[in-house]
Design a protein around this ligand. Structure first.
Ligand code: NAI
Length: 340
């Protein structure tokens, strides 16, 4: 029996989180879910977007599956995602982006992994009002965190049969901060002679990603670039409804999709559960529940070949509920072709 914290979140969060819970439970894997509220809903009900009970639950269970949470723009409480990543030192944000069968995109081959540093950079949240017309924000880069994420990227590449790590930066302009990031990753590369290493300036990366995404393998980068490049890469493979993620530290892990709370479609039963479901697959693999992960992957591959059953973001006429029912039915029957 695994104890796992489930944070449904805001907007489409509860829709996709409970869908994914139902799908995971249908595999028969034994999970005791500890459901915890965080985000805007928690702020409105208990006055704290990250109640202590959420921290305690993750500290106890060590693993969480998290729906997206809303962060107010330009005012209000600070991101609880950033707070959670700092609290549990979830220094690596892993986002595999893969072209999936059945999804039509301009690219035949996209299979890359974004490794985003998750604890510093402009996300340090240190901003200062200088006067009415000037503000400053601190971009914090440390050798320790940069080395750690560099090591994570190379180690991930080696363990997962990847061939190349590309460090992404803007050290031509940010000579000290991105310069230190780059220097730290370079220090690591010597330990991995079997992995090819390249460096690329962030703006050039963006252009090349939309021209020849097949060229890239593992991409390692500071926090802000990782955030932006993740959404860009989601666009290469069919959108945010598909791309999973994992926030990993040495002792704790929080699995969540790349997408946010999607307020434009919240409550309409239109949210695609596959991004969070694929994050759950990463989670099941992480806790060595490989059979459950396999059967969910099989079900995902099956539903991707039935376009009409998918949610509208993928061109279908399905709903969150109908996709969940289809996936659960497929997993229960566990045989290809019983649903058509
Ligand atoms: P978003 O990712 O929520 O939505 C961007 C677009 O993608 C929208 O058109 C939305 O409908 C679509 N989309 C996203 N997920 C989808 C899904 N599963 N199925 C179908 N369509 C989907 O980004 P946005 O609108 O910039 O942010 C909304 C809120 O989410 C903000 O408060 C932001 O701070 C928060 N956010 C939270 C994250 C987290 O908790 N990990 C990550 C990113 C944003």
């Amino acid at each position: 029996m695994h104890n796992i914290t489930l944070i449904p979140g805001d907007g489409i969060g509860p829709e996709v989180s409970f869908a994914v819970k139902e799908i995971i439970d249908s595999t028969g894997v034994s999970i005791n879910w500890d459901i915890q509220e965080a985000g805007e809903k928690a702020f409105n009900t208990v006055g704290n977007p990250l109640p202590e009970s959420v921290i305690e639950s993750i500290r106890k269970n060590k693993i969480a599956l998290k729906g997206p949470v809303t962060t107010p723009i330009g005012k209000g409480f600070r991101s609880i995602n950033v707070a959670l990543r700092k609290e549990f030192n979830l220094y690596a944000n892993l986002r595999p982006v893969k072209k999936l069968p059945g999804i039509r995109t301009p690219f035949d081959h996209v299979d890359l992994v974004i490794v985003r540093e998750n604890t510093e950079d402009l996300y340090s949240g240190i901003e200062k009002i200088i006067d009415n017309d000037h503000v400053e924000a601190i971009k914090m880069i440390s050798r320790e965190a940069s080395r750690k994420i560099g090591l994570f990227a190379f180690d991930y590449a080696r363990k997962n049969g990847r061939k190349k790590v590309t460090a992404v930066h803007k050290a031509n302009i940010l000579k000290y901060s991105d310069g230190l990031f780059l220097e730290s990753v370079r220090e690591i590369k010597g330990e991995f002679p079997d992995i090819e290493y390249e460096e690329i300036i962030i703006d050039n990366l963006c252009m090349q990603l939309v021209q020849r995404p097949e060229y890239f393998d593992v991409l390692v980068m500071p926090n802000l670039y990782g955030d932006i490049v993740s959404d860009l890469c989601a666009g290469l493979v069919g959108g945010l409804g598909l791309v999973p993620g994992a926030n990993l530290g040495d002792h704790y892990s929080v699995f969540e999709a790349v997408h946010g709370s999607a307020l434009d479609i919240a409550g309409k039963n239109l949210a695609n559960p596959l991004a969070l479901l694929q994050s759950a697959v990463l989670m099941l693999e992480h806790i060595n529940e490989t059979a459950a992960a396999r059967s969910i992957k099989d079900a995902i591959n099956w539903i991707l070949s039935r376009k009409e059953r998918l949610t509208p973001d993928l061109g279908g006429i399905g709903t969150t509920t109908s996709m969940t029912q289809d996936l659960v039915a497929y997993i229960r029957k566990n045989s290809v072709g019983t649903l058509n």
